[in-house]
Design a protein around this ligand. Structure first.
Ligand code: ZN
Length: 155
């Protein structure tokens, strides 16, 4: 199966992995979700159920030119990390304004009151990782288990 845009967006599950294609960045604007209080929200797509995450939730997001979140919010237990990969805009955390652009990464504690808007002339595209605050026990070199078997790729 070739790794191109023609892939289906069905989840493929192996013994130890799940694979899902969220589409090209331009297509992220077309995703829709049903919000329990706001109804249909365009440009936001949660991935947990597609990819079987067990420790985090991740959304892929595209906010149109001139777009802004209509409300601010906090969390009960989860911190959020917003990774901006295209466009530019502003986040507001506890009424402090933070300018963001491609490459900006913002971590917000659960109690931070947050909202954001697109101030640029193209869609503002981001990935948001939501994970329980203080849940990380070990990581990277402490958690990784190297395997030195020779690597083979099919021809
Ligand atoms: Zn949130």
């Amino acid at each position: 199966m070739s790794e191109t845009k023609t892939m289906s967006n069905e989840t493929k599950r192996g013994t130890n992995y799940s694979h899902y294609n969220g589409g090209s960045l331009a297509e992220w604007a077309e995703h829709k979700m049903m919000h329990p209080r706001r109804g249909e929200v365009k440009g936001k797509h949660f991935l947990k159920d597609h990819l079987d995450f067990t420790g985090c939730e991740i959304s892929i997001n595209s906010l149109p030119v001139g777009g802004a979140m209509p409300f601010s919010h906090q969390h009960k237990e989860n911190e959020e990390v917003y990774i901006f990969i295209k466009g530019k805009g502003q986040m507001q955390v506890d009424h402090e304004v933070i300018d963001v652009c491609e490459g900006s990464i913002v971590r917000i504690a659960p109690n931070g009151l947050r909202t954001w808007r697109n101030t640029g002339d193209e869609p503002m595209v981001s990935i948001c990782v939501q994970v329980r605050e203080n849940s990380l026990r070990q990581h990277t070199f402490e958690d990784g288990i190297p395997n030195m078997d020779p690597i083979k790729w099919p021809e």
